[in-house]
Ligand binder design. Structure first.
Ligand code: PT1
Length: 257
């Protein structure tokens, strides 16, 4: 899964049509590098990020999803927690909803039960504004598994077929480095649900902390992290460096796949 950010920095001078052309070009690059899924996001969920209003997020992502759906057959995932954005994005051609709030927003479960798309349920402790302020768990794996069990049950109650669900323990979302490492070490324990697993650790601060390196120097750490996740049962990896990750996966598959 290649990351396509549609945030304001891609909205300079040229205005809307320039921003769409720019996003399409970036998406084409991601596809050419070998991505199987394009993840379109209009709201940052990094630590300390500010939330974005529905109207603004719709303005950012819907034209891009529409244009992308017309230009390519590569499945489009929409990285959003807002029911309004989910509906419009699926109408525009998205086939996966990637929700870092795991459908806990008001109305999200109801909206998704009417849509025939896959859904990624991610675990997060707290909210992006404060999630890195002293995260605490009894047992990080057991706590996340309990969260997954509850969310799966809510989905089933709402009439969502379990096979549509993808689980993601949410690296960096309300977790210390020690928590993130334990999640990666014990990643295959989430296999117990019998659902697909997604791992997103590309360029995150857990890699920065281990290597003591800034964002632009986390490529090798990110690729290694993706491969460890895959080796421990991840079915999908969400990454920025598609070409390099693709090569690593091709190597891994030839040996273990
Ligand atoms: C993720 C993810 C995501 N991550 C899914 N969607 C982000 N399903 C956005 C840091 O510690 O892991 N899974 N959508 C990006 N969020 C972060 C969080 C970025 C933490 C950076 C950090 O540096």
């Amino acid at each position: 899964m290649g990351v396509l950010n549609v945030t304001p920095d891609s909205f300079f001078d040229g205005g809307q049509s320039f921003a769409i052309a720019d996003a399409l070009q970036n998406a084409q690059h991601i596809i050419n590098q070998g991505a199987d899924i394009i993840d379109v996001g209009g709201e940052s969920t990094r630590p300390n990020a500010m939330s974005v209003a529905s109207e603004e997020e719709l303005k950012r992502v819907i034209p891009v999803v529409k244009a992308l759906a017309q230009a390519t057959n590569t499945p489009i995932s929409i990285d959003t927690s807002k029911p309004k954005v989910m509906i419009q994005a699926v109408k525009a051609g998205a086939s996966i909803i990637n929700d870092v709030y795991a459908l806990r927003a008001d109305g999200a479960l109801e909206v998704v039960s009417d849509l025939e798309v896959d859904i990624c349920l991610m675990h997060m402790q707290g909210v992006p504004k404060n999630m890195q302020v002293n995260p605490v768990y009894d047992d990080v794996i057991e706590d996340i598994k309990r969260f997954f069990a509850n969310r799966i049950e809510s989905c089933i109650t709402q009439g969502i077929n379990e096979n549509r669900l993808i689980l993601d323990p949410g690296f960096g979302f309300g977790k210390t480095l020690t928590h993130n490492i334990e999640i990666l070490q014990r990643f295959n324990e989430f296999k117990s649900f019998g659902l697909r697993l997604l791992a997103g650790l590309s360029r995150k601060s857990m890699i920065g902390e281990i290597l003591n390196k800034t964002l632009d120097k986390r490529l090798i750490g990110s690729v290694i992290g993706a491969i460890i996740a895959i080796n421990h049962g991840a079915d999908i990896v969400r990454v920025h460096d598609v070409a390099q990750t693709r090569d690593a996966i091709t190597m891994w598959s030839r040996i273990y796949g």
